[in-house]
Design a protein around this ligand. Structure first.
Ligand SMILES: Cc1cc2nc3c(=O)[nH]c(=O)nc-3n(C[C@H](O)[C@H](O)[C@H](O)COP(=O)(O)O)c2cc1C
Length: 197
């Protein structure tokens, strides 16, 4: 469909026994029901993301950047995306190292594209993680979406793969409406002229 945008949902945690895939699966259902997106979920646990980076920055290396073969599904998903939802927990008042590594292996893939956040954790619902992500993604010329979803004390707030808060689908719709608007606006802008990064 011409007006459908490619949405990539990233599962940021790779920990054994993690909760991230439950949240990502629900977000993917909301996005498919929304209708504005062609949805792909990329789970970082399925991708090779080493901590040791090459000598040069991906900012300057272009397509020749020496990424491992096992990173290709992530790189091509990021490349083809019109919009992102990052699903992140909170680890020590920030986001997981797996997510930072995945971000740092790429640069232009994020540029002039919108990113929304769905977070979960203890009392703060992952908001510390999202604040840090907003900062980092601004450096990559991404556009972060104001209205995110945060699930505090997720261990009591979810049941059978669904959030118990009856307002959660409405909040998700607001996030997805804003993401669609930005995805369309930024895709048109990217097609009209190269972003002056
Ligand atoms: C290393 C580590 C640090 C954590 N730090 C925080 C924290 O600062 N704030 C918080 O709300 N929860 C914290 N938690 C709890 C996580 O939010 C919770 O374990 C969550 O399930 C992690 O997401 P995951 O299951 O997808 O890995 C921490 C968990 C781990 C493993």
């Amino acid at each position: 469909m011409e007006n459908t945008h490619k949405l990539v949902i990233i599962v940021g945690s790779v920990r054994e026994g993690r909760f991230g895939p439950v949240v990502a699966s629900w977000v993917a259902d909301q996005a498919r029901a929304h209708g504005g997106f062609d949805v792909e979920v990329v789970d970082l646990a399925d991708v090779e993301v080493p901590l040791a980076l090459p000598a040069v920055s991906p900012k300057f290396a272009g397509d020749d950047y020496p990424r491992p073969a096992g990173m290709e599904p992530l790189t091509s998903a990021l490349d083809g995306a019109d919009a992102f939802v990052i699903v992140t927990p909170e680890y020590n008042h920030s986001y997981p190292a797996s997510l930072k590594a995945a971000i740092d292996w790429h640069f232009t893939h994020w540029t002039a594209k919108p990113v929304a956040f769905v977070s979960y954790g203890g009392a703060a619902g992952g908001r510390h993680a999202v604040l840090h992500l907003e900062n980092v993604l601004t450096e990559l010329h991404a556009v972060t979406i104001r209205d995110g979803l945060a699930f505090p004390n997720y261990f009591t707030a979810w049941q059978d793969g669904q959030p118990l808060d009856p307002q959660a689908p409405g909040y998700a719709k607001t996030l997805l409406d804003q993401l669609t608007w930005w995805a369309g606006a930024l895709r048109s802008a990217r097609e009209a002229a190269p972003y002056p990064a």
